[in-house]
Design a protein around this ligand. Sequence first.
Ligand SMILES: CC(C)(O)CC(=O)SCCNC(=O)CCNC(=O)[C@H](O)C(C)(C)COP(=O)(O)OP(=O)(O)OC[C@H]1O[C@@H](n2cnc3c(N)ncnc32)[C@H](O)[C@@H]1OP(=O)(O)O
Length: 257
Amino acid sequence: MAYETIIVETRARVGLITLNRPQALNALNTTVMKEMVEALQDFEADGAVGAIVVTGSEKAFAAGADIKQMQQMSYIDAYMEDFFAGWEAMTRIRKPIIAAVAGYALGGGCELAMMCDFIIAAENAKFGQPEITLGVMPGMGGSQRLTRFVGKSKAMDMCLTGRMMDAEEAERCGLVSRVVPVGDLHEEALKAAGKIASFSLPAVMMAKEAVNRSYETTLAEGLRYERRVFHSMFALDDQSEGMTAFIEKRTPNFRHR
Ligand SMILES: CC(C)(O)CC(=O)SCCNC(=O)CCNC(=O)[C@H](O)C(C)(C)COP(=O)(O)OP(=O)(O)OC[C@H]1O[C@@H](n2cnc3c(N)ncnc32)[C@H](O)[C@@H]1OP(=O)(O)O
C-alpha cells in the first residue's frame, strides 16, 4: 500500500509508522489521519505484528494539526464533519502502540503521542499545547489526556500559557516513560516494541486493556476487572507455556493463543 503522508514498514513482529510531511514539520491534516488509522488497522489485523511504533523526524514528531487546513474552516464545517473525531479510531487499536518522539510534539502532535500507550522521548523532544496562541484550545484530547498524565496544575500551565516542556520535565512529570539520546530513539523504541511483541499477544492486549480501564473506572471496579481478566488467562495456552518454561528453565515459545 502506497501512502502520501506516512511510511509504513514491518520489522520482526513490529509495525513501524513514520510521519512523512517534512515540509510542514509533520503537521496533521485529514490525509495523515486517514492514512494513520488505515495503517494501524492493517497492523491490528496482521497476525505477524505484535506491537506498533509511531514516530516522526528528528526535528518534529508532529508540530500539531495543520494550521493551513484549519485557518479557513467555519464552525459549521467543523461541527458537521465532527472534525478530529476520526482520530478516536486510534484509541480502539488493541495492540500496543509506542510513540517515539524527537523534536516538536505540539498541539495535535502532543495529543497524538498521548493517544499511544506510552511515549519514549529523545533528549531534544519538546511537548506543548500551544493552541491558545492561535486563539483556540486543544481539540484532539489535550485538555483531558494531558491533565490525567501530569495533573491539573501543569496541564493548566501548558494549556493556558502555551509554553513547551522539554524531555527532562516530561519524564519528571510522567508524560513520557523514558528519555534516550536522539540517535538511539528509533532503536530503543523498536527494541521495546520487539520485547512486547515477543510476549503472548493476548496477554499483552489484556494488560493494555486493564491499564486503560484504570482511567475510566473506580479503583474497586478496576481491581475486580483486573482479577476477572487475570482468571481468564488460565484459559490461554500461553499461560501454561510461560509458567512451564519458567520451571523448566527455558525460553517460552508463545503461540499467541
Ligand atoms: C489539534 C488541535 C485542535 O489541538 C490544534 C493544533 O494542533 S493547532 C497547532 C498547534 N501547533 C502549533 O501552533 C505549532 C506551529 N508551529 C510552530 O510554532 C513552528 O513551526 C515550530 C516552533 C514548531 C518550528 O519553528 P521553525 O523551526 O521556525 O519552523 P517553521 O518555519 O515555523 O516551520 C516550517 C514549515 O512548517 C510549517 N508548519 C509548522 N507547523 C505547522 C502546522 N501546525 N500546520 C501547518 N504548517 C506548519 C510552517 O508553516 C513552515 O512552512 P512554510 O511556511 O515554510 O511553508
